[in-house]
Design a binder for this molecule. Sequence first.
Ligand code: GLN
Length: 309
Amino acid sequence: MVGSFLGGFQGVLGQVAEEVGRTPGRGRVADYIPALAACDPRSFGMAVAELDGSVYGVGEWEVPFSTQSVTKVFTLALDLAREGDELWEHVGREPSGNPFNSLVQLEYEGGIPRNPFVNAGALVVTDRLQTRTGDASGTLLEFLRAESGNPELDFDTEIAASEASHGDRNAALAHFMASYGNIDNPVPLLLEQYFRQCSLKASCADLARATAFLARHGVRADGSRLLTKSRAKQINAVMLTCGTYDAAGEFAHRVGLPGKSGVGGGIIAVVPGRCSVCVWSPGLDEKGNSVAGVAALDRFTTLTGLSVF
Ligand code: GLN
């Protein structure tokens, strides 16, 4: 264990970055969303936020990137805070064992997605948040600006448009669930909200800070409570079991923390009661998780001894 992390995480982050930098092979950037294909797979940044808001970072930790599915954690928290347990009648909380954009389980499971972190489940959550707020992506943006302390956070209209014009798979998921009565809003409106949500740009520093409410067991940066302790626990549990798709078992084995990845190469992770972490590197493995990101979190928990196990 690196003793110096008790006085701050700077030392351990430097060591993680140095070790990961020596590892060959960075995976491939997502190219099914054309605007993401231009990223450099070798980019790397990592930040840790402590409960009091202090943040430590290494590499490109202040560079905004496309957050993509990382945002699914925040929409889940925002909807659960409003709706409570009724949400779980519309989306499950079991690992899917399938790719994030898979259609296959939906038919034999009656249009109820396995969990809120596969695309189908996230579409249901965004739909329900849209019904409750009239502006799901605006609610998300306001929350993230407040929690990160960065009023400049915003959506990337080019990425949203790029995804919309290549969005047949997500459109199919949404229409299919609508045919089972599990989508309330018109599908085009839902897709617009969902693609906007996915296009949010934020840095590791922003996201580490914005994730800290889960490390604080549901308490926001201003001291108010978004979620009960029990609901914060539920979200951390779903992140652990479902946050990295059909690699969630491998991620738990290597990292031992609740985590959520996105195809932009970001991963957020939570050490409940201690800190929140965000790592970014755009090169992905075949499951859609950042190669260097998982490696960095693996080294982080190994060097610090911080994990939920
Ligand atoms: N916007 C992406 C999609 O819907 C998000 C997927 C991801 O990050 N895993 O395909």
